[in-house]
Design a protein around this ligand. Structure first.
Ligand SMILES: NC(=O)c1ccc[n+]([C@@H]2O[C@H](COP(=O)([O-])OP(=O)(O)OC[C@H]3O[C@@H](n4cnc5c(N)ncnc54)[C@H](OP(=O)(O)O)[C@@H]3O)[C@@H](O)[C@H]2O)c1
Length: 288
């Protein structure tokens, strides 16, 4: 495995993976952000490396370059890096950490002879602390050499590498987004409903967390069908109608998401999705 890694895009993921790799004995090379101050902060968080406030040919001095900028910047960054170091890219390995994009975003570097791929930890990095990567799935993809490197890195970080076709990455990442960012929006929306109902934020969080944890535990231990509770699972359609009416005083999205998730639950959790859909449609007509 390579021994020097440069990090281009030293945000939440760049700092987190950089720190873990340093702890594993990797030498940290260039640490690049668009501002020198942020690069300096990243070097402190990682515990090594040389801060650069902008793209630099120093990046190519490493055996492995990890690009962890936002998705939309990966291709422009690859283009600029190609211009900066040209033929020096031959034989280097470049991986980006996007969940939705594949190695084609690194085409300008591949054309110069770099091995390219992607390494996406399916974990949420808040930037406050480096999350536990033990057992975390890393979706990996790339040319043969890049894939081998990505697999080795994922394993050395304690993760579980899973090879994925580039064409499947957007759907794969949508799934992760549904449970992380969008799952969080759902939890926060439920928190606000409880606060509107007289709970303090602290009480609301205290009320919801055990519910979420037990639901996840049931899902893990017994599977989705057993874990499914609530009015829809019982056919309590009058209760669903009450929920709809109660949510009418909240911003439109609250009721919209409730309705969409009720339909989705029937489709993915009911033993007979077609029957669940029909029963729900009938009940909606009855309550109109
Ligand atoms: N956060 C997560 O939970 C997570 C998990 C897995 C994978 N990912 C993936 O990892 C990548 C980074 O996500 P993130 O959440 O770490 O983003 P982030 O916290 O916003 O960090 C992105 C970093 O890139 C730097 N940057 C932006 N444009 C740049 C450019 N043109 N040249 C150099 N540096 C640039 C930014 O710093 P400056 O503003 O100072 O330039 C920032 O430090 C994305 O592809 C994302 O899909 C994220």
């Amino acid at each position: 495995m390579s021994s020097t890694v440069a990090i281009v895009g030293a945000g939440r993921v760049g700092r987190g993976l950089g720190r873990r790799l340093r702890e594993l004995g990797w030498k940290i090379g260039a640490v690049v952000s668009r501002s020198r101050a942020k690069a300096n902060r990243a070097v402190r968080a990682i515990g090594g490396g040389v801060a650069h406030g902008g793209l630099t040919s120093q990046a190519v001095g490493a055996d492995l370059v990890l690009i962890s900028t936002p998705d939309d910047s990966i291709e422009p960054v690859a283009r600029d890096l190609a211009k900066i170091a040209g033929e020096e890219w031959r034989g280097k390995i470049v991986l980006h950490t996007s969940g939705a994009l594949d190695r084609t975003a690194l085409e300008p570097l591949a054309k110069l002879g770099a091995s390219t791929g992607s390494l996406h930890p399916l974990q949420t990095f808040s930037g406050r602390e480096v999350p536990d990567l033990d057992g975390v799935v890393f979706a990996i993809e790339g040319d043969r050499r890049a894939l081998r490197t990505a697999r080795n890195i994922a394993r050395s970080l304690g993760g579980s590498p899973v090879a994925i076709e580039g064409a499947h990455k957007a759907a794969y990442h949508a799934a992760g987004t549904m449970v992380a960012g969008q799952g969080l929006a759902l939890v926060e929306a439920a928190t606000r409903i409880l606060m509107e109902s007289g709970f303090t934020r602290r009480q609301a969080v205290q009320a919801l967390l055990p519910l979420i944890r037990q639901m996840l535990l049931n899902f893990e231990r017994h599977g989705p069908r057993v874990a499914w509770t609530g009015p829809h699972s019982r056919g309590d359609y009058a209760t669903i109608a009450r929920h709809n009416a109660a949510l009418a005083k909240f911003p439109r999205e609250f009721g919209g998401v409730y309705e969409a998730l009720t339909i989705l639950a029937g489709r993915v959790l009911a033993a007979d999705p077609a029957a669940a859909e029909k029963a729900l449609e009938r009940a909606i007509q009855d309550f109109k």
